[in-house]
Design a protein. Structure first.
Length: 232
């Protein structure tokens, strides 16, 4: 499992670097003193886990997380317990208050391992999305999914031959679905890139019933970059 860390305090950053280097199965790829450096790194690289302080100059840890379209798992490590509610509203994996012990950090890493193992455990699940449909679990092949639409606390998954509504968040689906095939192009939509019929400056037309989906302004640049289209 790979990770990066962000903390503007040199001593805290060094301590975290030391602890992370001692955890088996975890590779620290980079260490940053501000969120802007981490954002630039994540535009070119992918990691499984981010450890981030919250109270930092220029950009806070919460604003950093909000800026990411498809964020990795995030653990907030901070001296301020009053940010906890906001952190969990952002669906972070864990929230650690300084000063912390090595065992507490190790516990958070184990939690990340368990999460990733559960969502990417090989075999049939590797090419399927596992969801709850009423009282049963359904496996949807990635290739059969055309797009996903948010509906408050639920999502609507448009499959090749049926539509399934399930209680889930878009963020959970972004983490679960393979990023090379699926992308969020609007606050309420995730699409299967392989199901695109055409693209213009403001919308995508899918093969499924010529469904038109608007491209959100905050997602436009990353989307066009992924499908290798130059913006005018």
């Amino acid at each position: 499992m790979t990770c990066i860390l962000i903390d503007d305090e040199p001593h805290a950053r060094e301590t975290l670097e030391d602890y992370l280097s001692r955890i088996p199965g975890l590779e620290l790829k980079e260490s940053f003193q501000d969120a802007s450096g981490a954002i630039a790194y994540l535009q070119e690289h992918s990691v499984d886990l981010v450890f981030s302080d919250i109270s930092m100059p220029e950009m806070s840890g919460t604003d950093f997380l909000r800026s990411l379209q498809s964020p990795p798992l995030v653990v907030f490590v901070t001296a301020h317990s009053d940010f906890a509610v906001e952190g969990f509203e952002l669906d972070v994996l864990d929230y650690i208050v300084k000063p912390y012990s090595f065992s507490r950090l190790d516990k958070a890493v184990n939690k990340a391992h368990e999460y990733l193992r559960h969502h990417h455990n090989g075999g049939v699940d590797q090419d399927c999305l596992k969801i709850k449909d009423r009282n049963k679990t359904v496996l949807l092949k990635h290739d059969d999914i055309h797009y996903i639409e948010a509906m408050k606390d639920y999502v609507r998954i448009i499959n090749a031959d049926k539509t399934i509504v399930t209680m889930c968040t878009m963020k959970e689906l972004e983490r679960t679905l393979p990023g090379n095939r699926f992308m969020r192009i609007q606050k309420s939509y995730i699409i299967n890139i392989e199901k695109i019929r055409s693209v213009d400056k403001i919308k995508v037309v899918l093969k499924q019933d010529n469904k038109e989906i608007p491209i959100g302004l905050q997602y436009r640049s990353a989307f066009f970059k992924k499908i290798n289209i130059q913006q005018d």
